[in-house]
Ligand binder design. Sequence first.
Ligand code: 13P
Length: 247
Amino acid sequence: MRKTLIAGNWKMNLDLEEGMDLIQSLVNQITPDDLSKCDVLVCPQMPLIAPLSDIAGSIKLGAQDCGAANAGAFTGDTSPSLLASLGCDYVIVGHSERRVGRLEDSGLIRSKTAAAHASGLTAIVCVGESENERDEGKAELVVASQLAASIPPGSNPDNLVVAYEPVWAIGTGKTASEAEVQEMHETIRDQLVDLLGDASKIRILYGGSVKADNAVALLALKDVDGALVGGAALKPDSFLPIIRAAG
Ligand code: 13P
């Protein structure tokens, strides 16, 4: 049994007041019944993690990236152990906005994932193909090579979540079809078996234009264990129905 994870990636949005208002509103409205059906996670910008952790209650906190080492001369990087000490349980690594926008390759993402694991964080490792790669029939190949190169030894269901986010579905309003999502998630799970031996308990999230009106169908798919939500996670009215679509 894999407990559904509904994760909000706030990206570079929301200031201190807006972030505090949003988390307070979620804390007020998320019920024990909701939390019996899914884990709820929000990933704000780094400086919001400490103030949010004071009021987040049962909502888990995650960062959107971390350094590939725990300490040292790495100007601008954030130590995974500092994140853990501030109340983070999760960290997103290898989001396409970093793979494509910041030229991060899978080797770096693997180092970040290993550093996150060493600090007790669960890494949400993102993979996903571009529109061209899908059109050329290479989607599975691209995702498989990203996955194999991004996951370090020692990954297990407690420290690894995989997020399949087709790049062409992020922020576009286009969602992969239910068949495309299930097919890719099944392929990812098969590959995780090859890489790690057992993948029956590893959660695989779908991300890319998840909204209230498609969440029920996506979350009902056999190998979809949750959602990584961008735009719709920025308001309680759009995030809560996705949480309620779980279970
Ligand atoms: P959207 O839900 O805005 O498409 O963003 C998805 C995403 O990138 C989550 O990490």
